[in-house]
Design a protein around this ligand. Structure first.
Ligand code: SAH
Ligand code: MG
Length: 952
């Protein structure tokens, strides 16, 4: 047990709630369970035959690694939790009070504490104090060493003693071993009770414990002495030397620290120093290393001299220091062993090569996330925070807390500001000026978070929006990172997650390429609203550079996505994937961005020639949202080409060794495979299930036939009636409209689709290919890869153009540009444009069906998305849409009519999908059309079909 709060924390102490203190110390190892306690009601109606329920009250059970605490009963859940946290803080001696003890008072209390620690009653204290375990164990030591307690043990295992020492000398915070001289000082004030030896670094009780006390201990000892082996990791000081597994032979008699000392080539336990607990909060995993006098030198003004003196003797162990965030010199042993509050018996656990690498990657935010998903080789920290519903693994805020704890930084400081929505001048997604509304009006509309009608506005009751700022300080309270984005959210929690997300994304980028030029670091910081102090940042993370494997290869592809730019991922190169092989019948159900997928997978390490295979990671049911980079890019790319029920297999280059070894259970075998020349990873996956994005779920639940089908049918009807022979579908996606068209007899001869998503175009091609051979009317079909805001002369003069649910996926100014390009250059006779009606969202969201796995809380969370789909850049009200379309029509000499599907024009709030049908009033001058006819080809043909060539 040790206290990790710096004196500087005392300044902030008043801000820390008991729960925050527990969270800082234990992170997610602290588990609160709130129980309802039913009390019979006094105010109930007497004589009523129905049992009367009293007001519900709550009790909180707080489970910590070393202790379980039960609170009293409270009216509010919060109070029960707070009380449990307070009790835990008191019981475990975690220092919180802004104690204004003078160093002198603390010295006196230290003497008092020492007296207690060497008392008879302490030896058999119950629950067992971790230090009492050592006091008992040293009595089993042989010969001269019997009863000698290493001072390092005193320094580490009693938090009270530690806190008092910090009070006497604040430098203990940065060098915990300064506790040792303080204990020796206190011991010299107790000449009757204890003695110390500086040369020995030991302390012992002068008088033997009375026989009864010793006998009572023996009684508790279980069975005959037996020998036990524990795995530990030897971390050589020199980084050239590999870490190695060592076996500690500990028997139930004797002292385990002596065994560790031998492994370090030291004579006995007193020569060993013990680090802080590392890895998981309050674990017993610590580093053990040789004691040098230099550790006991105060880091004062001539701090550097002291370090230099030390340096001449033995050098810094970078790996050990990095793991523990404290300076460690010479060879070290990493072991998970010690006495705990839980039992009088010694606790021990193997520390394998795998656990070492897991500790190492848990220093990196993406590593923390991967571990939380139990998918080190498969999961990635997502590139966007969409909804809590679709998020899997640790949430950004929790990853940030863990990161700070892992690096021994202060707990991140959050401040959220809430603003009534009216006062918010900008909200995400609508910050761009809308060209078509006049500015006075626009301001009021923006103020309500994207313009909603009066009646709809009422349902956004007393709306406030939240912004969140986070600051990260070092232990010594130097500001390292600050992030204060402008983004505002309807839910406070969303704002917290969003800001945490930005900081983690930035940190991830740093850890992904530790040699990143500082301009790049700065520019990404800008994009993510992160500010950081170069100096303080490098001071904290300087060691990481020599520890983590740098992955140059991956930095090329690093992209940061704002929640609304997921479509960027569509263009993600499928780099590095070798021999993708998809098997099984095509079920026609494909994942799309925003869908939640469930796959089963296995990852193998394979050697090329020797046909050796080692399973590194498997999961029978692994869920992730697609389109946000929540898995390695190769897997994301593969899975978008698959339909439900299909399996696939692909190989890829090896990721950095630390990840492979963090995944591998059999590290000896894995290492031997890795040493062979050509090795790669082989992924074998199966797509089990696809849960559609919220927009689709809402539309399907509320409309029959589904809204998407109604839109397509609306367009088909118009196409049929118009007698058009040529059609272009702008933003055709996976070809849902083109596909449906082929089910009906039309006059169409030529159909064209354009989209910027190659993935979607690939699917459209597949579908069209299988259908076109049976269609007699159409003789030409082409799919282009291109942006519909760009001109391409091959799209000029078509009979009809369609653009269904596309414009809202572009920025507003791009949507305006598309309008201009299509009506002034492409000039179709008819153009049909559909887009969501923002005013209808109130109804959609009210009736949003909870999916199987959503709990009621999550459901409301998912509604924190303002728009129907996270890829939407805007959603217009009827008025905004009318304005856009009308201006556009007037400008380009078209007429326009408004209509829609889902709902009705006469009933508030109008159609669910609003549709504008533009008609060309007079044909454009022939000159215009052919002007650039054969020169301007900006689109790329992705797929082409013609009836004359298809007969083969
Ligand atoms: N019209 C289809 C797809 C709608 S989803 C349907 O109704 O099913 C929106 C589509 O717009 C996506 O496929 C996206 O790739 C495409 N898109 C977005 N911006 C685009 C642009 N600038 N040029 C072409 N396509 C675009
Ligand atoms: Mg859409």
């Amino acid at each position: 047990m040790e206290n990790e709060k710096s004196p500087a924390d005392a300044v902030k102490k008043t801000n820390l709630t008991p729960k925050a203190i527990i969270s800082q110390k234990y992170g997610n190892k602290a588990c609160y369970k709130v129980e309802e306690v039913q009390e019979s009601s006094e105010k109930g109606c007497p004589g009523l035959a129905i049992p009367q329920k009293g007001p519900c009250r709550y009790r909180c059970i707080l489970q910590l690694p070393e202790i379980t605490i039960e609170s009293g009963i409270f009216k509010r859940k919060k109070d029960a939790e707070k009380s449990a946290a307070e009790m835990a803080i008191e019981k475990l001696g975690i220092q919180i009070s802004t104690d204004s003890r003078t160093p002198q008072e603390a010295s006196d209390l230290l003497v008092e504490r020492l007296t207690y620690l060497f008392s008879n009653e302490f030896l058999s204290s119950d629950p067992p104090h971790p230090l009492s375990g050592h006091l008992r164990a040293v009595l089993e030591r042989e010969g001269d060493l019997c009863g000698l307690v290493p001072l390092s043990v005193m320094a580490v295992y009693d938090s009270r003693l530690n806190n008092l020492c910090k009070c006497i000398n604040p430098k203990v915070e940065s060098n915990p071993f300064l506790v040792i001289p303080l204990i020796m000082g206190a011991a010299s004030r107790l000449p009757e009770l204890v003695a110390t030896s500086e040369g020995q670094l030991s302390i012992w009780r002068k008088n033997l414990y009375p026989p009864e006390v010793i006998e009572s201990l023996v009684d508790q000892q279980s069975g005959a002495p037996q020998s036990t082996s524990v795995e530990a990791i030897h971390i050589p000081c020199s980084q050239e030397k590999a870490i190695e597994l060592v076996i500690l032979d500990i028997s139930s008699t004797g002292y385990y620290l002596d065994v560790i000392a031998k492994k370090l080539d030291l004579t006995d336990a007193a020569k060993v120093l013990i680090s802080r607990a590392i890895g998981k909060a309050s674990s017993e995993t610590r580093l053990y290393f040789a004691a040098h006098q230099s550790y006991l030198i105060e880091p004062s003004s001539d701090h550097t001299n002291a370090k230099e003196a030390l340096h001449s003797e033995v050098s810094l162990n970078a790996r050990a220091s990095y793991l523990s965030s404290q300076d460690i010199y010479g060879d070290a042993i990493l072991a998970s062993i010690g006495f705990t509050w839980r039992s009088k018996d010694l606790f021990y656990e193997d520390v394998s090569v795998q656990s070492y690498y897991r500790m190492l990657i848990s220093k990196i935010p993406s590593g923390i996330y991967k571990l939380s998903r139990e998918a080190v080789l498969t999961a990635e920290f997502p590139l966007a925070f969409t909804t809590r519903t679709n998020w899997r693994g640790s949430l950004p805020r929790d990853v940030l807390f863990t990161f700070c704890r892992q690096h021994r930084l202060s707990e991140p400081v959050f401040s959220t500001i809430s603003t009534p929505l009216k006062a918010v001048s900008e909200s995400p997604g609508s910050s761009k000026k809308l060209k078509v509304t006049d500015s006075s009006k626009e301001d009021t509309e923006r103020a309500s978070g994207g313009a909603i009608s009066t009646d709809a506005r009422e349902s956004v009751e007393s709306a406030v929006s939240y912004q969140c700022e986070i600051k990260i300080f070092s232990r010594s309270q130097d500001l390292i990172i600050e992030c204060s984005p402008k983004d505002s959210f309807k839910k406070q929690n969303d704002s917290i997650q969003n800001t945490s997300f930005k900081i983690i994304s930035w940190l991830n980028m740093y850890f992904k390429d530790l040699n990143l030029p500082s301009e790049k670091l700065n520019s990404t910081a800008n994009v993510l609203d992160v500010q950081f102090s170069h100096e303080n940042f490098l001071k904290e993370f300087v060691l990481s550079r020599s520890i983590h494997t740098v992955h140059h290869a991956e930095t090329e592809g690093v992209k940061f996505l704002e929640p609304n730019t997921m479509s960027m991922l569509n263009t993600m190169p499928e780099q590095g994937v070798q021999s993708l092989n998809i098997e099984g019948p095509d079920s026609g159900v494909f994942p799309s961005n925003g869908s939640l997928l469930c796959i089963s997978y296995s990852v193998f390490l394979v050697t090329e020639g020797e046909h050796m295979k080692e399973n590194l990671e498997s999961n029978p049911e692994f869920e992730f949202e697609i389109g946000v980079g929540a898995v390695i890019p190769h897997l994301e790319a593969a899975v978008t080409l698959m339909s439900i029920g299909q399996s696939a297999c692909f190989k890829m280059e090896l990721p950095p060794k630390e990840f492979i070894l963090a995944a591998a259970v059999n590290s000896a075998r894995t290492l031997s495979l890795l040493s062979s020349k050509s090795c790669c990873l082989e992924y074998s996956i199966r797509l089990l299930q696809v849960t559609e994005p919220l927009e689709d779920r809402m539309e399907q639940a509320l409309f029959s036939p589904p809204l998407s089908k109604q839109r397509v049918e609306y367009a088909v009807q118009h196409i049929k009636e118009s007698g058009a022979t040529t059609l272009v579908d702008f933003g055709c996606g996976s070809g849902s409209l083109l596909d449906s068209l082929l089910n009906y007899p039309t006059a169409l001869e030529k159909i064209v689709g354009v989209d910027i998503s190659q993935k979607s175009l690939g699917r459209a091609a597949k579908i069209l290919h299988s259908k076109l051979s049976n269609n007699i009317g159409i003789n030409s079909a082409i799919l282009y890869d291109g942006s519909i805001t760009d001109f391409d002369s091959r799209l000029c003069g078509f009979d009809i153009g369609t653009c269904l649910e596309v414009i809202e996926h572009m920025e507003e100014e791009q949507a305006c540009l598309f309008g201009d390009v299509v009506l002034s250059y492409f000039c179709p006779k008819v153009l049909i444009v559909s887009t969501p009606n923002y005013e209808y969202n109130v109804i959609l969201q009210k009736s949003s069906p909870p999916s199987q796995e959503e709990d009621p809380d999550e459901k409301t969370q998912s509604q924190s998305c303002k728009f129907r789909n996270h890829d939407h850049k805007f959603e217009w009200t009827r008025e905004q849409f009318n304005h856009w379309a009308t201006e556009l029509a007037v400008k380009h000499n078209y007429s326009v009519e408004f209509s829609g599907v889902g709902g009705s024009a006469d009933l508030e709030p109008g159609f669910a999908s609003q549709i504008a049908v533009f008609r060309r009033i007079c044909p454009p001058q022939g000159e215009d059309l052919s002007k650039n006819a054969d020169t301007e080809h900006h689109y790329q043909v992705i797929w082409e079909w013609s009836s004359s060539t298809s007969s083969s």
